[in-house]
Design a protein around this ligand. Sequence first.
Ligand code: CP
Length: 317
Amino acid sequence: MTRSLHSIAQLSPQDLRELLSQSLKNLSSDQIRASSVSALQSRTVSLLFYENSTRTRLSFESAIRALGGIPQSLAISHSSVQKGETLSDTALNLLALGACGFILRHPSPGASRQLTDALKDYPVPVINAGDGYHAHPTQALLDAATLLHHWGLSAEVDLPLRGKTILILGDIRHSRVARSNLELLPRLGAQVLISGPGSLLPSVRELTEFPSIKSVSFPDQMLCEVDAVMVLRLQVERQETGFIPSQSEYRHFWGLTRDRAQLLKNDALILHPGPANPGVEIDPEVMASSQSKILDQVKIGIATRKAVLAWAWGGIA
Ligand code: CP
C-alpha cells in the first residue's frame, strides 16, 4: 500500500506515533527495516521543487538514497515548465520516465492534493514539501522529533509533549510551518502560544480552527515561562507592502534578540525552520547559542523524511 502526505490533519494518532517513533529510531540507528529498504530499492523518486529549497530538498534526497532509492530532482527553471507545461502533465511525463512518486514543493496552497487528484489512475505517493502558506507537514514532524529527542521523551505514549509550553513567534500569517505545527503540537499535548505583529497573525476566523492556541501581544511577558520558542522567518517574498513599518521595528518588538533571549529559561530550546534572516527575526548570537537546536533540526530532518518515505512507500509497521 502506498500513501500520500498532504497535511498533518490527515494523519491518525497511530500514523503520528509511527512516524515520530521511527524518526527517533532512525536517529539512533542507520538500520532501516528490510521491508522499508526494499520499498524504494533502485526506484526513482522525482523531486519537483517549484520554489527554492536547501534543507527540504537535500534532506529528502539523502533520505531517498538511504532507503535504496534514486532521487531525481527536476530543475524547474530549465525544464519545460518554462514553456507552460502544467504540473500534472509534468508529473505524467516523469511517471513515463520511470518515477514511482513525487516530493512536491509548490507556491500554490493545495497543490500536492491537486496532484494526487490529477494522478488518480496512478496510485503513487505525493509528499507535500511545502505548498504556499498552507502546510509543510514534514517540517512540523521534524520539529516535534527535535523536541522529543532533546527532551528525552518517547513518541510511543499518548500526549508526549503534555506539560510543555511552546511559543511560535513571528510571521505566522504567511507560514506553512506554523500552520502545520499549530495542527501537530496540540495533538501531542503541548500548550502552544503565538506572538507576532497583528498584521502577521492568522485571521480571527482562521484562529477558530485552533481553539487551544493562545495569542500573546508581545513575547517578552511569556519568554520566561516557555519550554521552547520556535522563531519564524519574516517572509518578505509573500508580503504585500505595509505588514510591518520596518524590519528594524519588527526586530525591536518581536525579534529574538540577544537581550530578549536572556529572558528564556536556561534549558529552553530555540528552534527556527530556516532559512533565517539573521539580525531580523533572530540575532546571529542567539542562532549560535547552546540553546539553539536549529542545525539539529536540519540533521533530524533526514531521519524524519526517511520515516515519511518508508510510511508512504509501504508502511513502517
Ligand atoms: N525549512 C525549510 O523548508 O527550508 P528550505 O526552504 O531550505 O527547504
